[in-house]
Ligand binder design. Structure first.
Ligand code: CA
Length: 367
């Protein structure tokens, strides 16, 4: 089998979307008529990654055997390493890796979770990940949480998404929202708090102690992601589990985060390595007794790939993230990934198990 053609393009979900709100898809075609689908990180519409795929990576892959995916993509990474390698390049490679695993499944007639060693379970609980709470009032935060509880999540995470150039902007307000949500859901319900990197070390300790009092399950990215030692210090000084890693793009970066003291890591399959990369992250995390809880950006191709990996993990300690419950991306799939009664179900269809509606995709394809 040989790779004959690769398409890399943006998808616009609404005519009013700005280019940075688009998604970034890849389709890898082979000489025996199979097509694998992948997705790059949608940050800034994935434009930088799509450019690297089209200009730099496609020429390295045409005519090659897709079953050599790990060799091919490690070759590409080391050829293009001076582009970063973090961020756009690793996301480009992640999109291709997911598509090549999808192809491998279609070639063998097996779901990806079978190819990576089997699933402990194929029905996975999720947590509702709720962004934008920095700008909401306490009452508005509670209203949004109440709305998302209708989907029967196993846990809720409130994200703050504040301006990253301003630290500790409203610590009393943030704690008030954490308290109100605890009161709303009751003492026993699992909650998480995502600071989106907007505290100093001292601010993070203050908020973390409040979250400990309130019985929160984990405290995510309390300080700037690039201050790895500071992240580790906060993790080690607090009792609550501190998590980070959604902005970690290499395996060495993940090892540094764990070495600094972080004990729950959240690499994102569309930002680093795809399925191959996330499996490598799982091995590193397991070797250190560290929890791996993958980050999710959008509930479609990358999310489904992530679920295949999560299903295969020996120690899958937390539910899968479900960020965006809107149905706007569903139209391009004949079987969009949607939870039923609080669970995402993996299909036993080949590859990812997702079937594209090509006519609907063509209408939304940009360029
Ligand atoms: Ca986060």
């Amino acid at each position: 089998m040989k790779i004959t053609r690769i398409e890399a393009f943006q998808v616009a979900w609404s005519p009013n979307d700005k280019p940075q709100q688009h998604s970034a898809f890849v389709l890898v075609h082979t000489d025996d008529g199979l097509t694998g689908i992948g997705e790059a990180s949608p940050m800034q519409g994935g434009r930088a990654s799509l450019g690297m795929i089209r200009d730099d990576i496609v020429p390295m892959l045409i005519g090659r055997d897709p079953l050599d995916h790990a060799v091919l993509l490690d070759q590409a990474l080391h050829t293009l390493v001076k582009l970063g390698p973090e961020g756009a390049l690793t996301s480009a490679l992640a999109a291709l890796d997911i598509a090549l695993w999808d192809l491998k499944g279609k070639l063998t007639g097996l779901p990806i979770y079978k190819l990576i060693g089997g699933a402990w379970k194929t029905a996975l609980p999720f947590y509702a990940s709720i962004g934008g709470n920095g700008e909401r009032t306490v009452d508005q935060v509670c209203a949004v949480v109440e709305q998302r509880l209708k989907d029967k999540p196993a846990a809720v995470k409130i994200r703050f998404d504040n301006n990253r150039t301003q630290l500790d902007a409203d610590i009393p307000g943030d704690i008030a929202k954490a308290k109100a949500v605890r009161k709303l859901v009751g003492d026993g319900f699992p909650l998480a708090f995502d600071a989106n990197n907007c505290y100093s070390i001292g601010g993070a300790i203050r908020v973390g102690r409040a979250l400990e009092e309130l019985g929160y399950w984990w405290f995510e990215e309390p300080v700037q992601h690039y201050h790895i030692k500071a992240m580790g210090e906060v993790a080690q000084r607090l009792s609550i589990t501190v998590s980070a890693g959604e902005q970690t793009y290499t395996l060495a970066g993940l090892a540094d985060l764990i070495g600094a003291g972080v004990r729950m890591v959240q690499p994102d399959i569309v930002k680093m390595g795809g399925i191959t990369g996330l499996l490598r992250c799982a091995a590193v995390a397991h070797a250190h007794g560290v929890e791996l809880v993958p980050h999710q950006t959008q509930p479609m191709i990358g999310h489904t790939a992530s679920l295949h990996v999560m299903a295969s993990l020996l120690q899958n300690t937390k539910p899968a993230e479900w960020n965006d419950p809107s149905t706007r991306t569903h139209v391009v799939f004949e079987n969009p990934p949607l939870p039923v009664q609080g669970l995402f179900h993996l299909s036993d269809a080949p590859g990812l198990g997702l079937r594209l509606n090509l006519a609907e995709l063509a209408k939304r394809r940009v360029g």
